[in-house]
Design a protein around this ligand. Structure first.
Ligand SMILES: [Zn+2]
Ligand SMILES: [Zn+2]
Length: 777
């Protein structure tokens, strides 16, 4: 039978719901709801097979929050061999506009993307549907003319050229033509879904008994009785089992307060009548309510809304997606095991991700909270059965960490911290740092390359520096759902202060694994400024095309960014061989930056390596300077070594292990040995290695640090090795969720060496440890 599985309920790091409809016969999968950031990573954690995805029905309004996970997911399904994906939303014009804004960083051959307004059914699908749009009262239409619409359609097809259009390039798609101006989208989409009826089936025993022949079946199919040789009349009803029909399933989405009334006022039975056969009574068997906390504080305490629920009849089941009723469980449990292991070596090095297993329970009959893993089987004649096909361990609450500790950490003999310290039951104070430099904090928000993985998210690093007597935070690249990682790391109050300290965002290049999280970071920054009445400004250093994207997206976004407060600086204007204009120099100076320089990376077009000199200044007026070099993605680069000479901190990509140097050359990344050699030649004090290929999902090859660079095949050939390196920088391997000070970076390698790389390898890379053996969806 057909089934609907909740892939994710809203939590603090994946804030929107997603339900997957499965056809067991064809294996096809259809998503209803939202594709927020983190969706792909949730799929990886829960083993949902995205390659079979055929359709996405976006509910609610078009906003960055509801579909920011879509560009990354599209790139992934295309790589997995998906040939066609249909995306539905009632406001097709704005949907096209949304896709067109991605032309700077999304480009794939051979995937046919069809954007539909949902006004017509796909005859080949296993279900019928009806799109019901609810419009906010007193708002204007998007204002996209027929002419503009045609232009947008052309642009979207350039982003996804079919195989025949082989001379297209990503640059053709990203043409600098301006997009049509649009007002914010005012359409919220809801869907009524009805599974196709299953036809009458012949009962084999009866067919045999009467000896039915081909012509008899033809008569029966034509609605006539079959006449047997002895003259007996056989009717269709007498040799078949009755056909099976299904009732309707409704996906409601209420993202804003203005939409509560209009959604309740729709006559849903009348809307559904078109999907039913004439003799069938219109009924609903299951209704999903996706309700945002901004729209309603508590839908089940609202008597009008409860009446609305009851209007669907006593047999209809309801599923509520609302933060009051959905538990804030941990989505990335595999990654939390790694964090726990890191803490057993140094309890101060990585905070435990936050979650909250308390929420309101529902005591009304036939009403359920939306919960990950919950599956509703859609049975004929209006029957619906609920089961849980997987359970998140963190649903159990308090004991979660203790249980993980007992399973994965306790057996390890090398642990250095007490059980209490690892579980966070003991307060840990950092020793005060002896110098301003040593107090610089490095927070690792993601260390993966290319795709989000269950063990590590895509790349992002945050620095916290003492500047102008306070603290300044700098985010270097931010892959998808970097904001989600921050939300698990800091309590809401602490997160507000983190965003108040955030002054600089740097984007190295326009690859999805580096940029998809940045829009949300800027959006959250604006929200915090508005909430706290701050009048700060933000500095965003990025390739110019990213600025275009932000401006274009911002016009369709209900929760828009205050662009007057965001200062964009093009990475190209900071190139080392260019003279910096005074205005930009003065601007970066205001943010505590003495000098910011870039050079073109050896990676892709418009990719940069950056070197930034910060002017540190403590509370009592003491001052110092701090030089940070950040590679972004690149092959080892001489001009970057020259530019970053004598850096205090180098953060370098180390995508591949040494044996895969041919891959590194082909894909224009660096190996671990190459990155270490760059660090030595740069004569930097300390180097943080990050951006690891997801093929070593838990642990990169640590042994490389002790390798003689002259013995490395790739280095032997290169110029890098012919120069003698005198420096021996402190090496630190980045792991997701780590928070360390510059002064403390050396302690990791000391610990690793004391315990031995072998032992550490076994501890982290133990493959039979899956926090949840789950049924595949
Ligand atoms: Zn990358
Ligand atoms: Zn890249």
């Amino acid at each position: 039978m057909f089934s609907l599985t909740t892939v994710q309920h809203p939590t603090r790091d994946c804030t929107k719901p997603q339900v997957m409809l499965l056809d067991p016969l064809s294996g096809k999968r259809v998503i209803f709801g939202a594709i927020p950031e983190g969706s792909q990573r949730v799929s990886s954690e829960r083993s949902t097979r995205l390659s079979k995805l055929t359709k996405v029905f976006l509910t609610g309004t078009i906003s960055w929050k509801s579909l920011s996970g879509l560009p990354g997911m599209i790139l992934t399904v295309a790589d997995q061999g998906c040939k066609q994906l249909d995306v539905y939303h009632g406001d097709s014009k704005v949907l096209h506009l949304a896709f067109a804004t991605w032309r700077y960083f999304v480009f794939r051959f051979g995937l046919k993307i069809q954007l539909n307004d949902g006004s017509s059914n796909d005859k080949s699908a296993f279900f019928k549907f009806r799109t019901v749009n609810v419009t906010k009262p007193e708002t204007l239409e998007s204002g996209i003319s027929v002419f503009d619409f045609k232009f947008l359609k052309g642009l979207v097809s350039k982003i996804f050229p079919l195989a025949g259009e082989s001379n297209q390039t990503a640059d053709d798609a990203a043409v600098k033509q301006e997009l049509p101006k649009a007002s914010r989208s005012n359409v919220s989409s809801n869907y009524i879904v009805k599974m196709n009826s299953l036809k009458r089936k012949y009962v084999p025993e009866l067919v045999k008994k009467y000896g039915l022949k081909k012509e008899d079946f033809q008569s029966l199919a034509a609605g006539r009785p079959a006449i047997l040789q002895d003259g007996t009349e056989i009717t269709l009803e007498s040799v078949t089992m009755p056909g099976r029909t299904f009732d309707n399933v409704l996906f409601l989405d209420i993202p804003e307060p203005d939409l509560v009334g209009p959604t309740m006022n729709v006559n849903w039975f009348e809307e559904a009548s078109g999907l039913c056969d004439s003799e069938q009574r219109v009924k609903f068997q299951l209704v999903y309510h996706f309700i945002d906390i901004n729209a309603m504080q508590d839908p089940l305490q609202d008597s009008e809304y409860v009446k609305f629920i009851q209007s669907f009849g006593p047999h209809c089941k309801h599923v509520i997606s609302h933060p009051k009723y959905c538990m804030d469980t941990l989505n990335f449990e595999s990654a939390s095991v790694i964090t726990l292991k890191l803490r057993s070596l140094d309890a101060r090095s990585a905070p435990l991700p936050l979650f909250d297993s308390c929420c309101n329970s529902i005591s009304m009959e036939n009403i359920y909270p939306l919960t990950s893993g919950q599956t509703f089987k859609i049975l004929p004649f209006g029957e619906t059965e609920m089961e849980k096909i997987w359970e998140l361990r963190s649903e159990k609450g308090e004991e979660y960490w203790e249980k993980l500790y007992d399973d994965y950490v306790e057996p390890f003999e090398g642990k250095l911290e007490s059980r209490e310290a690892v579980l966070g039951l003991e307060e840990h104070q950092r020793e005060p740092n002896s110098s301003l430099k040593d107090s610089v904090e490095i927070t690792v928000l993601g260390t993966g390359s290319a795709l989000p993985n269950k063990y590590r998210n895509v790349i992002s690093t945050m620095l916290r520096l003492p500047i102008l007597g306070g603290s300044t935070r700098v985010i270097l690249d931010a892959g998808e759902n970097t904001l989600g990682t921050l939300c698990r790391m800091y309590s809401p109050e602490k997160l507000t202060s983190v965003f108040r300290e955030l002054k600089v965002v740097y984007l190295s290049h326009l690859h999805a694994d580096h940029l998809l999280g940045i829009y949300s970071i800027i959006q959250e920054w604006c929200k915090v400024q508005a909430k706290t009445g701050g009048n700060e400004e933000l500095l965003v250093i990025c390739p110019d095309r990213f600025q275009n994207f932000v401006r274009e997206w911002n016009q369709i976004e209900p929760e828009h960014i205050d662009l007057d407060r965001v200062n964009f600086v093009d990475c190209a204007s900071l190139l080392m061989n260019r003279e910096l204009d005074q205005q930009t120099a003065a601007l970066v100076n205001r943010f505590g930056i003495e000098r910011a320089k870039t050079c073109l990376a050896n990676h892709c077009d418009r990719a940069y390596c950056a070197v930034i000199d910060f002017r540190l200044e403590g509370q009592s007026g003491e001052s110092d300077s701090f030089k940070v070099s950040y590679s972004g993605d690149t092959r080892p680069l001489e001009k970057f070594i020259a530019l970053g000479k004598g850096s205090n901190l180098l953060i370098h990509e180390a995508t591949l292990q040494d044996s895969l140097y041919l891959d590194a050359i082909k894909k224009k990344h660096s190996t671990i040995s190459e990155s270490l050699q760059v660090a030595r030649l740069m004569e930097c004090e300390k180097v943080v290695l990050t951006h690891f290929s997801q093929r070593y999902s838990k642990l990169p090859e640590l042994e490389t640090v002790d390798k003689d660079p002259t013995s490395d095949v790739a280095l032997k050939e290169s110029k890098l090795c012919q120069v003698h390196a005198t420096a021996d920088p402190v090496v630190f391997f980045a792991f997701d969720n780590m928070n360390v000070t510059f002064g403390n970076l050396a302690s990791q390698m000391k610990t690793f060496k004391r315990l031995g790389f072998n032992k550490i390898g076994q501890f982290f890379d133990n493959d039979d440890e899956e926090p949840n053996k789950r049924q595949k969806v």
